[in-house]
Write a protein that binds this ligand. Structure first.
Ligand code: GNR
Ligand code: NI
Length: 175
């Protein structure tokens, strides 16, 4: 297993649209293991392949309290969505920034397992929110894209400031 480097904004590679996973092989199993280790190592509840500079459609997440229920979604697609819910989001690729984002409250997702078998699932709560956040990464989108122009400027300013004092852990900013 290996921990992978997580890309951070404004890295343009985060804007890549990921292509479908086609090879359900040992390399894929290894990538899933490495992404899961990277997610837990960074104390995240989800991680999309895009964030580790792999531009294929897969993500891992674990929204359990005990952080011992990793889930894998390969070639995920939201096939239906209903309701709307607002949650304060953060992102490992946008360190130190937190803001309210509205997303569908319930989603039905189709996806594949690492062995290539297909499944469908109904998700709600944090599980639904995190899945939508991760699928956005696969489409080159970040949660800050949903913010007002004013709040986006605040994000840019804070990130510039952070970069000047690089090496320092970002202070928490809730926008
Ligand atoms: O760790 C994470 N927490 C989080 C909180 C609210 C909404 C979404 C997330 S996902 C994020 C990890 C991450 O950046 N995944 O892409
Ligand atoms: Ni993220």
């Amino acid at each position: 297993m290996a921990k992978l480097e997580i890309l951070e904004i404004p890295d343009v590679r985060l804007r890549t649209i990921a292509r479908p996973v086609e090879a359900f092989d040992a390399d894929l199993v290894q990538l899933v293991a490495d992404m899961t280790e990277t997610m837990y190592g960074a104390a995240g509840i989800g991680l999309a392949a895009t964030q580790v500079n792999v531009h294929r459609r897969l993500l891992v997440l674990d929204v359990s309290e005990s952080q011992d229920q990793p889930r894998v979604y390969i070639n995920p697609e939201i096939i239906s969505a209903e309701g709307s819910e607002t949650c304060e989001e953060g992102c490992l690729s946008v360190p130190g920034i937190y803001a309210e984002v509205s997303r569908a409250e319930k989603v039905r997702v189709s996806a594949q397992n690492p062995d290539g078998s297909s499944f469908e699932e109904d998700l709600d709560g944090m599980h639904a929110i995190c899945l939508q956040h991760e699928i956005d990464h696969l489409d080159g989108k970040l949660f800050v894209d949903y913010l007002s122009p004013l709040k986006r400027r605040m994000v840019t300013k804070k990130l510039e400031k952070q970069r000047k004092i690089s090496g320092q852990k970002p202070a928490r900013a809730v926008l």
